[in-house]
Design a protein. Structure first.
Length: 345
């Protein structure tokens, strides 16, 4: 049995919202990852089963290796179909905001969502949610938003209504947001949920292959280049840094998702407990910052202090507006400030 994490009052309100709604929109964050899509599509399939008129809207493109997911072909990209998406959002009875806790995380979609009269429901697992939703289901201690979607559906008494397709999506979100269950995944209830999803007939090994073993030749060559040319190790701080410019990405025919997981690679080295990946964004004039740690080192705290970011203890992200040299310099400053914590970890 699962513990009752979500407040009963929120369960009751969501049940009422869903029952009364005809048109529902699901929105998730910019550059959607596995958990953003897994939670959104998992809820999408559930609501389709309730015979609701439901659409998933994302701000921009998502990685090729997630396009196999059931329902992915029906996702509406706001950067391509903004007028259509604006109308859907304006007409929605309920807007489900998944895997983000601030309107700034959905870029251009923020304005129509904020202006919509539809009742808004947040389902998320990031710290410090902003108060823009009527119902806020926020649990940072939970491994993924996909897990929260599963828990919500079960608390609604609708486990039997989770379809094979929905189970595939929920499992994908849980798997990707824990690095294949290698971090933030010690709660035994996660594995109870996995067993329940397996009862729906999903093939977790096949899902793993589709997500992690379908990369392009360009990605593999880029990975080799990164490891040989662009990784710097700081043994005195038990840390490592990887960085990539736009020109370097172009040289290897970069497509969205090609650098997924790169930040985790340095953590395979003995003695390294903290890894940072700086990448010049190919769509915006900014540097994307990915941070990973092992043990008790709070990369979310460092991300918030130095890179306008946040996230979880061992997996966080941020942004930097400036040159790559400046970003690298800031990273080195952060190492000095957090030296004691790094060496204690």
């Amino acid at each position: 049995m699962l513990s009752k994490i979500i407040l009963q009052a929120n369960i009751d309100k969501v049940e009422t919202y869903f029952e009364k709604a005809d048109k529902i929109v699901i929105v998730t964050h910019v550059s959607p990852d596995g958990d953003a899509l897994g939670s959104s599509l998992g809820l999408y399939h559930f609501l389709l089963g309730m015979e609701k008129n439901v659409h998933v809207i994302v701000p921009n493109a998502f990685p090729e290796f997630l396009r196999w997911m059931p329902g992915a072909k029906d996702i509406i990209r706001y950067d391509k179909y903004s007028e259509f998406a604006d109308q859907l959002i304006a007409d929605a009875d309920v807007i489900c905001c998944l895997d983000f806790n601030a309107l700034s995380r959905i870029d251009a979609v923020a304005k129509p969502v904020a202006e919509s009269q539809g009742r808004k429901v947040m389902i998320d697992h990031h710290l410090n949610p902003e108060p823009f939703c009527k119902i806020t289901i926020s649990h940072p201690n939970i491994s993924s938003t996909s897990e929260l979607v599963f828990r919500l559906i079960c608390r609604l008494g609708c486990f039997d209504d989770i379809t094979y397709e929905g189970a595939q999506c929920i499992y994908t979100g849980m798997m990707t947001d824990t690095g294949g269950f290698t971090y933030n995944s010690n709660d035994r209830e996660i594995y109870f949920i996995i067993s329940e999803l397996l009862s729906k007939g999903i093939d977790k090994d096949d899902i793993y292959r589709k997500v992690f073993n379908t990369y392009s030749e360009g990605r593999l060559r880029l990975m080799g280049y990164v490891l040989y040319e662009k990784m710097e190790v700081f043994p005195q701080f038990r840390s490592a840094l990887i960085w990539l410019t736009k020109d370097e990405q172009k040289k290897f025919q970069y497509v969205k998702g090609d650098t997924e997981g790169f930040v985790n690679i340095p953590l395979q080295m003995k003695g390294v407990c903290f890894s940072v990946f700086l990448r010049e964004d190919t769509e915006k004039n900014m540097i994307k910052v990915s941070l990973r740690s092992v043990g008790n080192f709070p990369c979310n705290k460092l991300a918030a202090e130095f890179f306008n970011g946040g996230g979880h203890l061992n997996a966080s992200g941020g942004e930097f507006y400036g040159t790559m040299d400046e970003a690298i310099g800031l990273f080195k400053q952060a190492l000095v400030k957090y030296e004691d914590l790094l060496l204690k970890n």
